[in-house]
Write a protein that binds this ligand. Sequence first.
Ligand SMILES: Nc1ncnc2c1ncn2[C@@H]1O[C@H](COP(=O)(O)OP(=O)(O)OP(=O)(O)O)[C@@H](O)[C@H]1O
Ligand SMILES: [Mg+2]
Length: 230
Amino acid sequence: MLKLTKICKSFSNTQVLKDISFEIPKNKIVGLLGPNGAGKTTIMRIITGFLTANQGTLRWKRKIIDPRDPSFRSLIGYLPESNPLYMSFTPVEYLSFVARLKGISKTNLVKEVKKVSQQTDIASVLTKKIETLSKGFKQRVALSATLLGDPQLLVLDEATSGLDPKQILEVRKLIKKLAKDKSILFSTHILPEAKAICDQILIINQGRIVLDSDIKKVRNLEKKFIQLTQ
Ligand SMILES: Nc1ncnc2c1ncn2[C@@H]1O[C@H](COP(=O)(O)OP(=O)(O)OP(=O)(O)O)[C@@H](O)[C@H]1O
Ligand SMILES: [Mg+2]
């Protein structure tokens, strides 16, 4: 569904992505793994149009696209590494604000906000100030904003980082549920998490893809990860 071909990216004179090629198939979860600084966030920022690649192409449903194009961006839900919430807003205010930015019409706004709040189970905190919420609820509010407009592709950068074990399981369950009708690119540092939820696994090291495999075909992910990222 989304296909990256030979994507390269440099900052000043340093090349941080080297010939990155992979696909995110329809209704599948692709896990992006790699050590700190490997290039995971940079790939996600290129897909979501926040950075431009120096070389390479992106295809959506086989057609070459510019990720900065608003019509493509409306198909994507992006959860950045550090979620950009307005702490003085309540979730309902924040989600309504994001819904308007995403161009959701006034008539659909209430319905949409209600729908995503139910999906992420935040109905009980909708009118509390975001700054007063636990980390887990803040993360779910950010995820709700990502889901507004029913995007076809979700790009989730460390969606479960900093959550307690119970919340990690809940967010994982939610992501699995969402993959029934969405494609998902999901970065994580937690290898058992990748095993638990991903269909396909990518390992990136120093800006290069060093493994692209069906998760079922990877025998010992921990060992493989250490071997490939030395
Ligand atoms: N805007 C920027 N300017 C210069 N260098 C950058 C910029 N953004 C990222 N880099 C560099 O690109 C490389 C890849 O960074 P990136 O944030 O993509 O890694 P990551 O895999 O997401 O790491 P982490 O696991 O720590 O989140 C790093 O060396 C980083 O310092
Ligand atoms: Mg990152």
